[in-house]
Ligand binder design. Structure first.
Ligand code: ATR
Length: 277
């Protein structure tokens, strides 16, 4: 019999996870099927009961359930607990364990484009939402020297920094200040939804003066090149879009479910095809 997996969220119709994960299962020679399940907030408790009752082996969790699903699980990985969000559930013989692979997935991708030791880099994160938190806490756990945050709402950035379980040097600056001091950063990570389809002309800040060899990355993958990245590349930055983060968060979930490292090149190809790239 096939093992069953899936993703829960609302909306879910356009999720690229089923095609990506099914291709990875096939490639690994595993008998498994990964489906998509639209689950409204009111249905979430019953959906989690369903995971147990039907014996689904693994689940990805997306918007709007990443935080609200946590009380229904049996165990939380410490990183997921500190981030306050779960994107992956492992069903270990009836025990549901929650993980967050978003931050680690992001860092896996970042390592492909960064030269030298990641811990020595000066990093600026744009945004202070759930994705920013996952990336900040994961980078902090790698012993980075300094991570600054710029965000429209100062309080949200400060709350994120203060709640981080790992002490790290960190300053808040306004979006305007960030524009002026951009040249000091080795890595600039755009985590807001600004510039996402259909509002593709928008950018949280102007990537004007760029440090030589700096990496600018955007977690958005639709479009593949945001206005933010286009300007940064024009000004000399090495750029990376959100495709890698999406692929690697899925690959890390796959590994937790199966113990097997999936074919990430194939997964990337499947996603690119869906995006029409
Ligand atoms: P996610 O969990 O996906 O990261 P989120 O929690 O809604 O999403 O966070 C969205 C981020 O984008 C926040 O940093 C938000 O800024 P605020 O903290 O000021 O709300 C930022 N953001 C979204 N739309 C924005 C806009 N039009 N201008 C500036 N920042 C924006």
């Amino acid at each position: 019999m096939n093992d069953l997996y899936g993703v829960i969220g609302d909306p879910i119709a356009h999720s690229m996870s089923p095609d990506m994960q099914n291709a990875a299962f096939d490639d690994a020679g595993l008998k498994a099927v990964y489906g998509r399940f639209r689950v409204s907030p009111a249905e979430l408790p019953d959906a989690v009961k369903g995971i147990r009752a039907l014996g689904l082996k693994g689940i990805n969790v997306t918007v709007p359930h990443k935080t609200t699903v946590m009380p229904f699980l049996d165990e939380l990985d410490p990183l997921a607990a500190s981030i306050g969000a779960v994107n992956t559930i492992v069903n270990q013989e009836g025990k549901l364990i929650g993980y967050n692979t978003d931050g680690e997935g992001y860092v896996e991708g970042l390592k492909k484009v960064i030269k030298g030791d990641i811990a020595s880099k000066e990093v600026l994160i744009i945004g202070a939402g759930g994705a920013a938190k996952a990336i900040y806490y994961t980078l902090a756990s790698l012993g980075l020297r300094r991570i600054d945050i710029t965000n429209r709402t100062e309080r949200k950035a400060l709350d994120l920094m203060e709640a981080c379980p790992i002490a790290i040097e960190s300053n808040y600056c306004t979006l305007q200040e960030a524009e002026e001091t951009l040249i000091r950063y080795d890595v600039v990570i755009q985590t807001t939804s600004i510039g996402m389809f259909p509002d593709i002309g928008a950018s949280p800040l102007m990537a004007g003066r760029v440090k030589a060899g700096a990496v600018f990355s955007d977690i958005i993958y639709n479009p593949l090149q945001t206005t933010f990245l286009r300007k940064a590349q024009y000004n000399g930055a090495v750029i990376q879009n959100g495709l890698e983060m999406f692929v690697y968060q899925g690959a890390l979930a796959f590994e937790k479910w199966t113990g097997i490292t999936p074919n990430t090149e194939l997964m990337k190809k499947v996603v690119l095809k869906q995006l029409g790239g």
